[in-house]
Each structure stands twice: as C-alpha cells, then as structure tokens.
Ligand binder design. Structure first.
Ligand code: PMP
Length: 349
C-alpha cells in the first residue's frame, strides 16, 4: 500500500508554447495582436497599491455589473472567473453530475476531456462530419450534459445559432454549455436564447477579442438559478478568485465599446486578406469566423511547415492528433506579422 495508489491522477492539458524571443512572431495561442483598451493602461497607472492590503470583493460586483450592462442581462445572470478555463471547469464540476456521459465533438477544445477525467465525468465524443461540421442529430441521445464551442476550435467553423438552439431545445434535462471564446470575430452569440432556455450557459473570455489573455478573465451568462449554483460551487472552493486589480481592468475593458469594435474589425479584415493569400499559396481551410485559420497545404506536410516556421521564430500551433495532423492553426496577427508569415511560407514552399 502506498500513498500513490490514492492520488487523483490527471493527464494535464498542454497549452501552446510561450516562447519569449525578441523578434519572434507568435501566432500559436490565439492572443490578440493589439493592446487592451486605453482605459486599461490608465487603471494600471493610477492603481493604488495600498488597496492590495485588503481582500477583493468576493462577488467581483463591479465587473459583474459592467458585464450585465453590456450584455443587457441581470446582474444575477453573470458569473466571473479566472479566464474561461476557470469558468468552464467550475461549470463541469457544478452541472455534470448525472453519471451519464457528457457530449462534445471529437475535434474540439482539448481541455474538455481533461476536465472530464479530472472530475471523473464520463464522456462521449461525437464525430464532426467530413467538413468538420456538427451533426446536430447526434445530440439527440441520452446524456449528462453538452459542451460545444461556437465558433469551434481549432477549426474556426461557426454553426448558425439555429443549430445550437435545436441542440439546447432537444436537451431540456441537461445543461448545454456554449463556449463562445471566439464569437466576437464574426460569429453570432447564443445570449439572446437565454430568455427562452433555462438549461443554457454561455461562456466567453477577455483573452481574445478584449486582448487580455495575461489578465485571466472569463465569464458565464445564464439564468439566475444556474448562476446561483455556479456561485455556490465557487464559494465552496475559493471565495476570492478575482483580484482587485483585475476587476478594475476588466471593467475598463468592457466599457470601451468603440475600441473593442475597432480592434475586432482589424483582426477580421486581416483574417480575410490572409485567407486569400494562403489560398494562393496552395492552402485549403474551413471558412474561419475566429481569430485563427485552420489550414492544410495541398502538398507540404503540416509538421514540416510547422518546424520550418519555428526555425524562423514564427510560432503556429500543430496538433499531432487523428483527423487533424495535416493542419496548422494559425492565429491572426497584425498585417506586418502576417506578411512575414506568408513571405516565409512562400520561401519554404
Ligand atoms: N475555450 C476555447 C474554445 C479556447 O480555445 C480557449 C483558449 N485556450 C479557452 C476556452 C480558454 O481561454 P481563457 O481561459 O484564456 O479564457
């Protein structure tokens, strides 16, 4: 008998590399290439460190109110956490307890199976079709919950809200989590469906469209009962997940609607241009509505392109997994970064 027999074993999620080289081009973790809203800088300049003596507001009320105002919901419909990873993990823990398998696509955010294993939640992955689309009829089986990113990662494909609504409607006895990490880049949110369905939880993040991956802010919107249960779980785990500074920074980011629209608009414009350039270089890809493009080359193996780019200090993401090992996930950077990328690709090919 050894203590090791009683360890909660976990096979951890492996995030993209975080290299720190002076002239690197980092297109591997879907960060925003532009800075956060100007108000965020102002908060940092004016923040009084003396206040760090005190614990933060355990409800993060100011941030909850700012989000409720922005999305036109009640404060009681908002839950905030340390990045959407924290929010999603808390939601898995809170809602997926039936003992029946939860459902998610076979090609999707690779943290879902990690949380399922950590929390001992049985799960079943449902294969996307040949074009990486969701087969909505697959989600009509018995289940203990559903989680789907829309747009999906790493494909970037956006499914119409009507498809998501059908899945939510077909599963009134399960919580359906729609992970909208990338929705601001041209998708359409399921938030309006909250009025109709009490089993829907919409999760979003400040890490991509609000350019604050380093801050770690994520949130969920749902009906007050769902949010109440999430808060009960959170307050049974760690009362103070959001620190004082982050709460202030998040509030300023949400308030600046103009800057937000500008930033997202620039990323979308660059993405559309890069699609044309990649196509001209012999790449094919699903039509992305996210801040990345999931591309394969007609001849060159993805792994070789990945290694060559890395040798040139250009980092993209490669997943050595079934069905997607021919693909590279390329985050949309600035125009200059993308020109460097396509120039380097041209040289290699
Ligand atoms: N959901 C999806 C689909 C993602 O790709 C990511 C980014 N890795 C996250 C959630 C988590 O992002 P964050 O914790 O930074 O909010």
């Amino acid at each position: 008998m050894s203590w090791e027999e009683n360890v909660r074993r976990a096979v951890p999620y492996v995030p993209g590399e975080q290299p720190d080289k002076p002239n690197m081009i980092k297109l591997n973790t879907n960060e925003c290439p532009y800075p956060p809203a100007p108000g965020v800088r102002r908060v940092l300049e004016e923040f009084d460190p003396d206040t760090l003596r005190l614990y933060p507001d355990p409800q993060a009320g100011e941030l909850v109110r700012a989000l409720a105002q922005y999305y036109q919901v009640e404060d009681s419909q908002v839950f905030v956490g340390v990045g959407s990873d924290d929010v999603l993990a808390m939601a898995f823990l809170t809602f997926f307890n039936s003992g029946k398998p939860i459902l998610f696509p076979d090609i999707t955010y690779s943290f879902y199976d990690v949380w399922a294993q950590l929390f001992r939640i049985p799960y079943q992955t449902l294969p996307l079709d040949g074009e990486f689309r969701i087969r909505r009829e697959d989600y009509r089986r018995e289940n203990g919950g559903i989680v789907i990113p829309n747009p999906n990662a790493p494909t970037g494909i956006f499914e119409p809200v009507a498809v998501m609504e059908e899945i939510i409607r077909d599963n009134p006895d399960s919580v359906v989590i729609v992970d909208e990490a990338y929705v601001d880049f041209g998708g359409e949110s399921c938030i309006p469906l909250l009025k109709k369905y009490d089993n829907l939880l919409v999760v979003q993040t400040f890490s991509k469209s609000r350019a604050m991956a380093g801050c770690r802010i994520g949130f969920a919107l749902g009906n007050p009962k769902l949010i109440g249960y999430l808060n009960d779980a959170k307050f049974s785990f760690n009362s103070y997940t959001m620190n004082r500074l982050t709460i202030r920074l998040g509030v300023e980011a949400v308030r600046d609607r103009v800057y937000f629209r500008e930033t997202v608009g620039k990323v979308i414009a660059t993405r559309e241009r890069v699609k044309d350039e990649l196509a001209a270089l012999g790449f094919t890809f699903p039509d992305s509505r996210a801040n990345f493009i999931f591309a394969r080359h007609r001849q060159a193996p993805a792994k070789e392109i990945f290694s060559y780019l890395k040798s040139q200090d250009i980092y993209v993401r490669y997943f050595d997994r079934p069905r997607i090992s021919d693909y590279l996930r390329i985050t949309v950077g600035t125009d200059r970064e993308m020109e460097a990328l396509t120039g380097t690709l041209r040289k290699f090919l």
